[in-house]
Write a new protein. Structure first.
Length: 114
């Protein structure tokens, strides 16, 4: 089983980034997919979730209206479109797959700074 994140980097406040997480080794379409993040000195927090059935989405209050989670089951990939980025969005972002088991990616660094 693998979850491989990509798309992180350094970006100025107000700009956008899109993260991607490619899954393999499990039945991607059966799993709820989420993005979490962890900033230095803070606990890991849930950012967004998209369900396997119906594609329902949920977001942390801090990112509502700015971030969008989506999935492409043909490509076994989940995305996080991040707009209007703020310095407080700086963190390592992790992809998570949850159903019969709980899988995590290795994380990708997002740094928002001028």
């Amino acid at each position: 089983v693998q979850l491989v994140e990509s798309g992180g980097g350094l970006v100025q406040p107000g700009r956008s980034l899109r993260l991607a997480c490619a899954g393999s080794g499990f039945t991607f379409s059966s799993y709820d997919m989420s993005w979490y993040r962890q900033a230095p000195g803070k606990e890991r927090e849930l950012v967004a979730t998209i369900t396997s059935i119906g594609g329902r989405t949920n977001y942390a209050d801090s990112v509502k209206g700015r971030f969008t989670i989506s999935r492409d089951s043909r490509k076994n990939t989940v995305y996080l479109q991040m707009n209007s980025l703020k310095s407080e969005d700086t963190a390592v972002y992790y992809c998570n797959a949850r159903y019969m088991a709980d899988y995590w990616g290795q994380g990708t660094q997002v740094t928002v700074s001028s």
